[in-house]
Design a binder for this molecule. Structure first.
Ligand code: ADP
Ligand code: NI
Length: 224
């Protein structure tokens, strides 16, 4: 039964991601699942494929393992073990294998509407208020500074360059987060991304004002 497969997959993913503090915790997966199912209803995508791909999309991240195929491999083995039909297994594995952002200049096209929906939901969770929180949580867990005015952002043209780039967290807004709005796949995804994007732009502007203290009133002229 589909419900049973989803429940077992959820339990497995919860167990695998329970202790993650790098932005791939269980609650990220839960938010992506919920949003993906909403987008799926709008787009007429198959909800079972969408839900399974959302649940499995981060269990073996290529940026952490260095192995681009680890996620797809893991999803395939898991669903095969549950006795799922090969078309379903391959569809979910293909989505998991191609979902991730790999640098500003690296294209990651999605072949099916189910893939486009899950990719949009995953990207949306990197935007807005939650996206800001996740970026600084990721930076903190990697010992990175909030901001480094001496090191401007870079647009990475290969996935290896993107994967191994260090740097201050504020740069990540320019290297990834503010690029996502124009890479959404679905209409509903684009609308949500536009609002979350505007919120982040405001946030970055405000951050820099506070950094330079330009939000503070000018110092008084000394009295004579
Ligand atoms: P996804 O869930 O799309 O695979 P990532 O694995 O790229 O997302 O990243 C997980 C979270 O950590 C996201 O919110 C992302 O923006 C954030 N993140 C990834 N790389 C960095 C970085 N270099 N600096 C700050 N945040 C990052
Ligand atoms: Ni994700």
């Amino acid at each position: 039964m589909p419900g049973d497969i989803v429940t077992r997959t959820e339990a497995r993913v919860r167990e695998l991601l329970a202790d993650d503090a790098s932005g791939h915790d269980w609650w990220h997966v839960e938010r992506v699942r919920r949003l993906a199912l909403r987008l799926a209803a709008d787009e007429g995508a198959d909800p079972l494929v969408v839900e399974l791909a959302a649940l499995l999309h981060d269990v073996a991240d290529w940026k952490l393992t260095g192995d681009e195929y680890a996620g797809a491999h893991h999803a395939r083995e898991w669903l095969r073990g549950l006795g799922q039909p090969p078309e379903l297994v391959e569809h979910v594995a293909r989505i998991v294998g191609t979902i991730s952002f790999k640098g500003a200049g690296v294209q990651t096209p999605m072949g099916t509407i189910e893939g486009r929906v899950v990719q949009d939901a995953d990207r949306l969770d990197a935007l807005g208020a939650i996206g800001i929180a996740r970026a600084f949580a990721f930076g903190g867990s990697h010992g990175r500074p909030l901001h480094d005015p001496g090191s401007p952002p870079r647009l990475h043209s290969t996935r290896e360059e993107y994967r191994t780039a260090g740097g201050a967290t504020l740069n990540h807004f320019h290297e990834k987060l503010l690029l996502l709005r124009d890479r959404m796949n679905t209409g509903a995804g684009r609308r949500l991304a536009a609002a979350r994007h505007a919120y982040m732009e405001q946030y970055v502007a405000r951050f820099l004002e506070e950094w330079d203290a330009t939000d503070a009133p000018a110092a008084q002229e000394p009295r004579r």
